[in-house]
Design a protein around this ligand. Structure first.
Ligand code: SF4
Length: 243
C-alpha cells in the first residue's frame, strides 16, 4: 500500500534497531523522498533499559546512513526496574513492557505537537503479518486512537506488513546498511529486548551472554517471587538448558 505522505506535517518512524525497523525506515524514506517530503521524516528509538548493549549505537549509524534525524526517548521507569518493582514478568495477557515503550514514544509526539496545535502526524511502525497471529489482523493504515486528540490528528501506517523474511533481508543487503550484529554474529532470529519473554531459547541465551546484568536481575526476581520468566518455564532452566 502506498499512501500520500505529503499531507503530514511529521512522519515519525519508531525503530528498535532490528531488521524490520531498518526496512521500515528504508521503505518510508524512499517513498517520502519520492514524494518530496523526506525532510519531514524522523526516527524515534526507545531505550527500555533492557536492550542489547549497542542498540542505540546501531540505530544512530542506520539513521545517519540515511540522513534521518534520530531522537532517543526513555520510559518513566525502565522495563527491568518495572519487573523488579512488580515482581512479575510481561505476558501475552499483560504486556506492560510494550506499553512502557510505546508510551514513551507517544509522550514524545504529544510534546512535539500538543493537542491544541493543528497537526496531522503519521506514526510508522514495522510489524509484519507473518510474525504472529496478532499481527495478521493488523491494518496497514488506520487512525491512531490513543494519540488523536483536539486539533492533533495522528494516523498509524505499517508499510512492511505484507513483507516476508526474504524481502526483508534482500532489502537490507541492497541498501548496503549494516544490520544489528545480533543477527550475523550471534545468529539471533529477532532483535528485541535482550531478554524478551516472547524470544526463542537461542535468542534468550544470546541475550544473557551480552546482558549478564539483566539476566542476573531477572533470575533474582524469579527466585524472590517464585514467578517464572514464562508461564511454566523459568529463565534459569532456559539458560541452563534444563526443561
Ligand atoms: S521486545 Fe519483548 S520484552 Fe521488550 S518490549 Fe517488546 S515484547 Fe516486551
Amino acid at each position: 500500500m502506498k499512501i500520500d505522505l505529503s499531507i503530514y506535517s511529521l512522519i515519525v518512524i519508531s525503530t528498535s534497531g532490528g531488521k524490520d525497523s531498518l526496512c521500515t525506515i528504508i521503505e518510508t524514506v524512499r517513498e517520502a523522498r519520492r514524494q518530496n517530503v523526506g525532510h519531514r521524516v524522523i526516527c524515534v528509538n526507545c531505550d527500555t533499559g533492557a536492550d542489547w548493549p549497542d542498540a542505540e549505537d546501531v540505530v544512530k549509524k542506520q539513521c545517519s546512513a540515511l540522513s534521518i534525524p534520530l531522537y532517543v526517548v526513555r520510559p518513566n521507569i525502565s522495563i527491568p526496574d518495572y519487573i523488579e518493582k512488580r515482581g512479575m514478568f510481561p505476558s501475552m495477557k499483560c504486556r506492560f513492557c510494550t506499553r512502557l515503550k510505546t508510551g514513551a514514544i507517544d509522550k514524545f509526539i504529544r510534546n512535539l505537537y500538543p493537542a491544541k496545535m493543528e497537526s496531522k502526524i503519521l506514526s510508522v511502525t514495522g510489524e509484519r503479518r507473518e510474525e504472529s497471529p496478532h499481527r495478521q489482523k493488523l491494518a496497514d493504515f488506520e487512525p491512531h486512537q490513543i494519540l488523536t486528540a483536539g486539533k492533533r490528528q495522528v494516523f498509524h501506517y505499517r508499510p512492511i506488513l505484507e513483507w516476508n523474511l526474504n524481502k526483508v533481508w534482500q532489502t537490507i543487503r541492497e541498501s548496503g546498511i549494516k544490520p544489528h550484529p545480533a543477527y550475523e554474529e550471534y545468529g539471533n532470529e529477532r532483535l528485541s529486548c535482550a531478554l524478551c519473554v516472547f524470544g526463542c531459547e537461542k535468542d534468550l541465551r544470546n541475550g544473557a551472554k551480552v546482558r549478564p546484568d539483566l539476566a542476573e536481575r531477572y533470575l533474582a526476581v524469579e527466585q524472590r517471587t517464585g514467578f517464572t520468566f514464562r508461564h511454566g518455564q523459568s529463565l534459569r532452566n532456559i539458560l541452563t538448558g534444563n526443561e
